[in-house]
Design a binder for this molecule. Sequence first.
Ligand code: HEM
Length: 342
Amino acid sequence: MTIHTKMARLVAVLALGLFALFAQPQAAQAQDIVNPTAQSVTEDALLGALSGDAQVQGRVTIPDDLSSGLIKPGNRNWADTHGGPVRTTTLIAVVGMLAVLVAFYLIRGKIRIDSGPSSERILRFTSMERFAHWLMAVSFIVLAITGLNLVFGRAVILPLFGEGVFGTLSAWGKVAHNYMGFAFMLGLLLSFLYWVVHNIPDKVDLKWLSQGGGLFVKGVHPPAKKFNAGQKGIFWSVTIGGAALSFTGVMLLFPEMAGGEAGWQLYQVIHGIVAAVLTAIVIAHIYIGSVGMEGAYDAMGSGEVDLNWAKEHHSLWVDEVQGKQSQDGGEAGSRPATQPAE
Ligand code: HEM
């Protein structure tokens, strides 16, 4: 037995002892329930319950009544059976998307600016829009990584890096996951407010879709407004998926609002499956917004993109911005939308 295992056993015994000291007696509801506060209960019985099928149930005075259950064999079985769909969906969605992107890169390569970089740049996103995006993006990435650790950490991190690393990572990961959820919700709300008006589907999207967005054939550039149909797909996936994750996440954080154990367990499965699908979609978005397409990252980096990039990918939006600029041209103090590159 390693020193860590001995320590873990000692901590478990102490925790059970403390629980027995402070919890109030409650009548056992079934024969296989171990009441840690009953006079006759020994430490042996409590430790036996850790590996057996008995339930250990005390009493709490906080609103979350579920927390009075110290050991629930039903929950342990539930995690084994219902955790399956979450693990399978995550594996298929995330690994599948990575495989598709590798294949796409090998076949199509990096999407270049066909007409080459120009000497002018055009403002695409203001600093507030970029703040909203990065607040949502950074928090989502932390949530995704810490969430993946919850689903696969025991199978991957534990055998590879050992108990110490897995334990520390999971403990901090849980704290990060619980708090980052609120940053994500704020970023999601701001992004929604800034961009919803540009994401209403229209008939330009049909033409864009019919040409595969020009993603598969070099030199093909279907017209698009500020956001093309593919980006509208990302926007609505993030908005609807993000809202579902936020709602179910809050229910998991405050179980007393979730309508009992059955509700809580249902929210857990929905949370895991939506997170898996959205993570896969976001991985594709990150690829195309960074290494996959020349000039794309600048939109969220400096906020200004190359004019030729903009004409190739968002021609109708460029016409609109430049049309406005020429109308405002005579007005004192107006800032030109396009500027010479430095
Ligand atoms: C390192 C990670 C990321 C990079 C490099 C990145 C990059 C970008 C870029 C360059 C754009 C602007 C595209 C354009 O000019 O048309 C954009 C837009 C957007 N990003 Fe990200 N992004 C990242 C992570 C995320 C994450 C995690 C989310 C959501 C959870 C997200 C959601 C969006 C949305 C909704 C838009 C607007 C619609 C769209 O362009 O698809 N991004 N991102």
